[in-house]
Design a protein around this ligand. Structure first.
Ligand SMILES: Cc1cc2nc3c(=O)[nH]c(=O)nc-3n(C[C@H](O)[C@H](O)[C@H](O)COP(=O)(O)OP(=O)(O)OC[C@H]3O[C@@H](n4cnc5c(N)ncnc54)[C@H](O)[C@@H]3O)c2cc1C
Length: 428
């Protein structure tokens, strides 16, 4: 059975052997787009039973365009619609800005509980829905790669080889580190406390019920003017809440271990004591809170070298505030399917990967520097911080920022780029 992706990217070229390292969101979605466009895909994943981190994830309309085409069943995955992105005052709860994202209704943005989205991607990949079944090898830690040969060696000595080697192995990518000019990593200026709370707990108290009513069908950030923010994300068919508390860490302060719940709660209290009592009441309901450092990549000059190409966080890890890290990985998955389609001979692959790299760097070099912005705050930043990347960009306000992120069809853009690049070659 062919998928909508197959109709969008008809492939009459040769079938390639694709080797992907990493079965995160980027690796699995790329495995699906490539198997649905006729390639043979093997994924190597170091963990024994790859499970996604258990928090919520926003998939913007740019990502949903790809997810919908590969046949991901969002209803089955418990996804919840996200119609607005809003900022509210941390103390008064007053509405500061509201961005309507429901207008991108060709591919409405959604909130997923990550493990559910991951399981759904695994189902589509392993059953080979709309394409060939993906071969997923777990407990397969890659210890070295030869990017010129397209091969990866596992800790147990086994060697795998592909016509294309895709590094979807996260921000500390072993594939990226094999490039002659690997980009670096930089710690963001804030950390995040994350807690999962059943919605039923919020419903049991009038104060948290009020918070819940403010957050339905939307992504709400309760914002301190400068130092912190709390977002409450409702997912898993509306049954589960993810409370994410971002704050500026002190110099030298590292993420606390999850076993130190006493230390984590003490720090939470210190940082967020000024927040509205209704929100406080919600934070106190968390049974377990984890503390996360955020790292972002510094510019990667080229996403391809030899037979290798980078995707997902390996190519462009970023700050989570605009909710675009995973969504950009989905864009990579869509782009790779286009650039590796209709290839007549394997000698064309390096040129195709160069074209892909150029297009993806152009896009992500604009997305990444803006990834720490609280959506809706653009005008304020432009007024007060003339050197901020958004002040130097053409984006003037939240609506324009959302349009730049969401109103982007990676498959159509990739086809256009490829067509423009191939036309003069064909007429030579
Ligand atoms: C707090 C927070 C909130 C976020 N919220 C959002 C959001 O709302 N929306 C959004 O789009 N993004 C969000 N992101 C970003 C998003 O989580 C990441 O961009 C995304 O998960 C990256 O997926 P990936 O597949 O590229 O990398 P990863 O998830 O890191 O997957 C890499 C995989 O490679 C495997 N691997 C690594 N090394 C090897 C090896 N040597 N051999 C074999 N396997 C290997 C790993 O085990 C892993 O499974 C958020 C991030 C954070 C920190």
């Amino acid at each position: 059975m062919s998928s909508p992706l197959h109709s969008a990217i008809p492939n009459s070229g040769i079938s390639l052997n694709i080797l992907i390292i990493g079965a995160g969101l980027a690796g699995l979605s790329t495995a699906i787009t490539l198997s649905q466009t006729g390639h043979d895909v093997t994924v190597l994943e170091k963990s024994e039973s790859k499970k996604e981190v258990g928090y919520m994830i926003v998939m913007g309309s740019n990502a949903m365009r790809v997810l919908n085409k590969i046949g991901v069943n969002s209803r089955k995955a418990g996804a919840v619609d996200m119609d607005f992105i809003e900022r509210r005052h941390y103390k008064t709860l007053e509405l500061l800005s509201s961005l309507d994202v429901a207008k991108y209704d060709k591919a409405p943005a959604k909130l997923y509980y990550r493990p559910d989205l991951h399981n759904e991607l695994k189902r589509v990949a392993l059953l080979g829905l709309g394409g060939k079944a993906v071969r997923l090898i777990l407990n397969a830690k890659v210890v070295s790669v030869d990017i010129n040969n397209g091969s990866a060696t596992l800790a147990d000595g086994r060697v795998f080889k592909g016509d294309v080697l895709i590094g979807a192995d996260g921000e500390r990518s072993i594939v990226k580190s094999s490039f002659s000019e690997p980009g670096g990593m930089q710690q963001a200026h804030f950390k995040i406390f994350r807690s999962l709370i059943p919605t039923s707990a919020f419903l049991s108290d009038a104060r948290t019920r009020r918070v819940l009513d403010l957050c339905r069908d939307r992504f709400v950030m309760f914002c301190h003017p400068t130092n912190s923010l709390i977002s409450v994300l409702i997912g898993r068919n509306g049954d589960l809440l993810d409370v994410e508390c971002g704050y500026r860490y002190r110099q030298g302060e590292r993420a606390m271990d999850a076993s130190d719940q006493f230390g984590i709660r003490k720090r939470l209290l210190e940082e967020f004591k000024g927040y509205h009592p209704d929100i406080w009441c919600g934070i106190e309901m968390a049974m377990v809170t984890t503390d996360w450092e955020i790292w972002k990549s510094t510019s990667q000059k080229n996403l391809t070298q030899g037979k290798a190409v980078l995707a997902g966080d390996a190519a462009h890890s970023m700050e989570p505030t605009t909710g675009q890290g995973g969504s950009q990985g989905l864009e990579d998955a869509g782009a790779l399917a286009v650039f590796l389609s209709n290839i007549g001979s394997k000698s064309e692959i390096p040129h195709r990967l160069e074209l892909l790299s150029k297009m993806r760097i152009e896009r992500t070099s604009k997305v990444v520097p803006l990834s720490g912005i609280r959506l809706g705050e653009e005008e304020l930043i432009r007024k007060n911080f003339p050197k901020h990347p958004v002040s130097r960009s053409s984006i003037k306000n939240g609506d324009e920022h959302i349009a730049f992120l969401f109103d982007y069809d990676v498959i159509e853009e990739s086809k256009k780029t490829l067509q423009e690049a191939e036309t003069p070659r064909a007429s030579l």
